[in-house]
Design a protein around this ligand. Structure first.
Ligand code: HEC
Ligand code: HEC
Length: 288
């Protein structure tokens, strides 16, 4: 980062709120994330090769949360997101649509059939010739395989289902493909990530690559990874899907967000997912 860019970024951040560089550390950045006393998750690891020029290490957003928030995610009884995972499981077994089928009719036990899905999506679907998020695949199955109405892309029903699917990959390393047929989308996502936008003229990188570890207002900035999604947010007591989070971050810099479920946000999701290749899938995580 050039000195000029750095000064410009800090000035914009100062305008956005206030940034305390190297501010007081309230989180224990060396804490280990172990779920239910038995499943150890990777929250920091070496950056994937494609990031080597900009980052040495990658960190889960969990690392930057306060100790109380970190603790909630370490026990499924204390993790408020798990209630929604249960609701997702109910929906999995519910017969809907003209085909008289539930998800379970075709996929049986999600612990087997959905294992690895969250870790590898967004993913190229060969038959359709398109890049699909987990949400996109869920709606494809609802409409084409069940004859049911699609869920609204960002909605409680969708969040419950993707949370239930994410839990089946908990502990597996994020491992999205970035070449082959998805290369063009990945490049597009990368471009969006580094493009400055909004009244504050900030890119995702301004905050999440150049300033992680610093404070912006009361917020401890993370690298903006998505290995923890969907994430239960304490601020409004609900699950947030990946693209809903992107939408919120762009709105916060007073930019013009893409639609949730759009090709642009799906490209960005692939790119951001690839920045976390190697971190454990955590969903449903707990964040503030
Ligand atoms: C009639 C059978 C059928 C039903 C019902 C069905 N699916 Fe599917 N599903 C499939 C088939 C076939 C595939 C793989 C082919 C494809 O990509 O479309 C698939 C693929 C998937 C995948 C991707 C798996 C992977 O390894 O990439 C997910 C996720 C999924 N389904 C979720 C659901 C959910 C959630 C429901 C209920 C809302 C559901 N499916 C209902 C047939 C079904
Ligand atoms: C003005 C600074 C700023 C910009 C620009 C910004 N974000 Fe954020 N973002 C935040 C803050 C603050 C949080 C909450 C604390 C944290 O987790 O970093 C956050 C959180 C996130 C999270 C949640 C991480 C987690 O583990 O819960 C993701 C994902 C994210 N941002 C992605 C993005 C993407 C993608 C962009 C670009 C489209 C972007 N952000 C732009 C400030 C920003």
């Amino acid at each position: 980062m050039t000195k000029l860019t750095s000064i410009r970024t800090i000035a914009a951040l100062a305008f956005a709120g206030s940034i305390a560089l190297g501010g007081a550390v309230t989180a224990d950045e060396n804490a280990e994330l172990v779920i239910n006393g038995e499943l150890a998750l990777v929250t920091k690891t070496a950056a994937p090769d494609h990031l080597k020029d900009s980052l040495d290490e990658i960190y889960s957003g969990w690392v930057y949360r306060e100790t109380d928030t970190q603790a909630m995610q370490m026990d499924d009884f204390d993790n408020p997101g798990m209630v929604f995972v249960d609701l997702g499981m109910d929906a999995w077994n519910k017969v809907e649509g003209t085909e008289n089928k539930s998800c379970a009719s075709c996929h049986n036990d999600p612990a087997e059939s959905m294992k690895g899905v969250r870790a590898t999506y967004p993913k190229w679907n060969e038959a359709a010739g398109e890049l699909r998020t987990v949400e996109g695949q869920v709606n494809h199955c609802r409409t084409k395989n069940m004859g049911a109405e699609p869920y609204k892309y960002v909605s409680g029903d969708m969040a419950n289902m993707v949370a239930m699917i994410a839990v089946q990959s908990r502990g597996m390393p994020v491992n999205v493909a970035i070449d082959g047929p998805v290369k063009a989308a990945w490049e597009q996502g990368k471009e969006i990530y580094y493009t400055r936008t909004g009244v504050l003229d900030l890119s995702c990188a301004s905050c999440h690559e150049q300033n992680y570890g610093n404070y912006i207002r009361a917020d401890h900035l993370s690298q903006g990874q998505i290995n923890g999604f969907p994430a239960y947010r304490l601020k409004d007591a609900r699950l947030h899907q990946v693209q809903d989070r992107f939408w919120g971050c762009i709105r916060d810099v007073r930019g013009e967000p893409y639609d949730r479920g759009s090709p642009e946000f799906t490209a960005l999701e692939l790119y951001v997912a690839s920045r976390g290749n190697g971190l454990s899938v955590e969903g449903a995580s707990v964040r503030n």
